[in-house]
Design a protein around this ligand. Structure first.
Ligand code: ADP
Ligand code: MG
Length: 236
């Protein structure tokens, strides 16, 4: 075990790779029980690419997503995002890299319930440092996801499909290099799912990288590559 957990040197990134991880290990210990959630996972996502991660429950998908997002620290290996290493850094620096480079769309929804859709977008943009012209972009984002008329609504006033599109707008409001999403269309009907997938696909076409954890055949159908996780390893 010992030598496998040593840090691997961070190699030179391919120019086109916007997300990169090498030999990720993550284990959880409770008493004498040890769960190896990730056992040497390496992957790359290029600009313009949509990658889907599938695998049975417990195979390590959420752990992988959390490590890639810098929300969890891997026990071994490294994660590089838009050219910056995010793993093995103090939390404040991970947060800074996340704010600049990453959009995360979680299953639980990433909207604050007491704020309108527009205010949720402004909040993320303010955290990023409030670049000039940002307010304008919020309106463009709302238009892009088809929610301009609903921008003043609270999350609880939105339908499932509107909520998914609002979550996507919030995840993209810092104009990230990489979008990571856990079951982004988990609770949507087929037609609404396709609307969200078209938006995600268009995002990749703009030169961003997208990695989605999913169970949905409609999602794997729009992916450029599908990675199968089994027991903490890439099986295919
Ligand atoms: P998936 O998302 O594919 O269902 P997870 O990444 O959630 O898989 O979990 C992978 C393995 O790690 C599972 O065996 C799970 O029980 C374990 N695990 C995940 N998070 C924790 C935790 N915080 N503490 C202990 N074990 C965990
Ligand atoms: Mg999971």
């Amino acid at each position: 075990m010992e030598d496998r957990l040593r840090l691997v040197p961070v190699g030179v990134m391919d120019g086109d790779d916007v997300l990169w991880c090498d030999d990720l290990y993550r284990f959880y210990r409770s008493g004498d029980e040890e769960t190896l959630a990730l056992r040497g996972v390496s992957l790359r996502v290029a600009r313009g690419e949509v990658v889907a991660v599938v695998g049975p429950s417990g195979s390590g998908k959420s752990t992988l997503l959390a490590c890639l997002a810098g929300l969890d620290e891997p026990d071994g290996g490294a994660v590089t995002l838009g050219g910056e290493r995010i793993s093995h850094r103090p939390e404040a620096e991970r947060a800074r890299i996340r704010r600049r480079r990453l959009g995360v769309l979680l299953q639980s929804g990433n909207l604050l319930t007491h704020l309108t859709v527009r205010a949720n977008i402004h909040l993320v943009q303010a955290g990023e440092g409030g670049r000039q012209g940002e307010r304008l972009r919020a309106e463009e984002l709302l238009e892009w996801v088809g929610l301009r008329e609903r921008a003043g609504a609270l999350p609880r006033e939105l339908s499932g499909g509107e909520l998914a599109r609002a979550g996507l707008a919030v995840a993209l409001s810092n104009d990230p290099d990489v979008l990571l999403a856990d079951e982004p269309t988990g609770e949507l009907d087929g037609r609404t799912e396709q609307v969200v997938l078209d938006l995600i696909r268009a995002r990749a076409r703009d030169g961003r990288g997208v990695l989605l954890v999913t169970h949905s055949p409609a999602v794997t159908a729009i992916a450029d590559r599908v990675i199968v996780l089994a027991d903490g390893r890439i099986a295919a």
